[in-house]
Design a protein around this ligand. Structure first.
Ligand SMILES: NC(=O)c1ccc[n+]([C@@H]2O[C@H](COP(=O)([O-])OP(=O)(O)OC[C@H]3O[C@@H](n4cnc5c(N)ncnc54)[C@H](O)[C@@H]3O)[C@@H](O)[C@H]2O)c1
Length: 373
């Protein structure tokens, strides 16, 4: 793979490299790793890339790789830049014949997302979006249980993603990750909603198989001077009548990466928390609570296949990410873009996430009723 972004001082690119390598699924052999050519090339050299494949820009990478003999060029482009760069790179990569692994949110605008959906279809290339929380074994267990009726028809979904790292105007200190995430030109229309609300929406539909049909929400900014939301709450109505609540907030001091999803059906419920990812609580109307853990003998096949270690050995973020890479790489080898079969979120999931973010932010605050005093 050739990586765009993920250079010195970057966050998620290194996780992608570790995840891709965990099962030997993919390996970075080329990169345009940073926003300036000097830093991009220095970052590639520091990671041991051959000098000829340390590119100054992503355009040079696509051109340089396409000029190599077919069996010596990259097969996939991995995009781990700030959000506004995802679209031009993904579009050019598909047009140049490469598979794409793109981080979320897939694009900034609905139009860009629709264009990538069309391009994926016309090129037939694999397109994976790294909604990495779908890679956890017990999230896959929850999906199998909910979809096979273990809690009965779904009635209620509560999904929350709470962080506290933007409780202060951190971006004003120049902190790199806060800086672009609070800038509409680089993050898109959503702040907390785009950054982490997108994971929450994806996780809810991944586990339940239900899509959001309607919603009412509010995106607000608590930290003064900030241009994007740092706190969003949404009431959800799903296809088929289930209801739900989604909240994404980055101004909750003490919350680190508090992603939690609870789903209740007519006869029971499930509860999964990202900070204790190796267990899943299953409640029911009549019986005692049950806890499922990684490597339990009775895990669903999809969950067992996503587990690498014997019971009691914690697996987490990087392993879950690696499960997405394993699925995407299998699809690339099969020459077939099929996230459902191979186990990765696809371009349609990415586009749905973008539409949800933009719709929530654009309709923010509509439908309030003043309470008489
Ligand atoms: N799936 C997840 O759990 C997860 C977690 C964190 C971030 N992300 C997503 O990953 C992306 C990157 O986030 P991050 O926190 O790593 O950001 P970051 O600021 O730490 O890193 C971004 C990198 O992209 C580089 N870059 C910027 N413009 C570029 C260009 N034109 N060409 C090449 N490189 C360029 C920067 O120099 C930097 O190396 C974002 O879209 C973010 O939403 C996903």
């Amino acid at each position: 793979m050739g990586m765009v972004g993920g250079g010195q001082d970057a966050f998620i690119g290194a996780v992608h490299r570790m995840a891709a390598g965990l099962d030997g699924s993919m390996q970075m052999v080329a990169g345009a790793l940073s926003s300036t050519p000097e830093k991009a090339i220095a970052s590639g050299k520091a990671l041991g890339l051959p000098e000829a494949r340390c590119y100054g820009t992503w355009m040079e990478m696509l051109e340089g790789e396409n000029a190599r003999p077919e069996d010596e060029r990259i097969e996939a482009v991995v995009i781990v830049t700030p959000n506004h760069v995802h679209f031009p790179v993904a579009k050019a990569a598909l047009e140049a014949g490469f598979h794409v692994v793109c981080d979320k949110p897939m694009t900034c605008t609905n139009e860009e997302a629709a264009e990538l959906v069309d391009l994926q279809q016309s090129t037939g290339r694999v397109f994976a979006v790294t909604y990495n929380y779908t890679g956890y074994p017990l999230v896959r267990q929850a999906r199998e249980m909910v979809r096979s009726g273990a809690i009965g028809p779904v009635r209620k979904v509560m999904v929350e993603y709470l962080q506290g790292w933007l409780a202060t105007p951190l971006e004003q200190s120049g902190q790199k990750q806060a800086d672009w995430r609070t800038d509409p030109a680089r993050a898109g229309a959503g702040g907390a909603m785009g950054d982490i609300g997108s994971h929450a929406e994806n996780l809810a539909s991944f586990i339940t198989g239900l899509q959001v049909a309607a919603f009412a929400g509010e995106s607000v900014t608590h930290v003064s001077g900030r241009a994007l939301d740092d706190d969003t709450s949404v009431l959800l109505r799903f296809d088929g009548g289930a209801t739900g609540v989604l909240t994404a907030s980055q101004i909750c001091p003490g919350s680190r990466n508090g992603l939690r999803i609870r789903v209740w059906g007519e006869t029971g419920g499930i509860d999964w928390q990202q900070e204790s990812p190796n267990q899943l609580l299953h409640t029911s109307l009549d019986g005692p609570d049950q806890i499922h853990r990684t490597a339990d003998a009775d895990l669903a096949v999809a969950a067992a296949e996503a587990t690498r270690l014997p019971g009691g050995h914690p697996e987490a973020f990087i392993e879950a990410f690696a499960n997405i890479y394993r699925g995407a790489a299998a699809a690339m080898h099969a020459g077939r873009d099929d996230g459902e079969t191979f186990g990765y979120p696809d371009v349609q999931d990415g586009a749905r996430g973008v539409r949800f973010i933009n719709a929530v932010v654009q309709s923010s605050g509509q439908g309030w009723t003043e309470l008489s005093q």
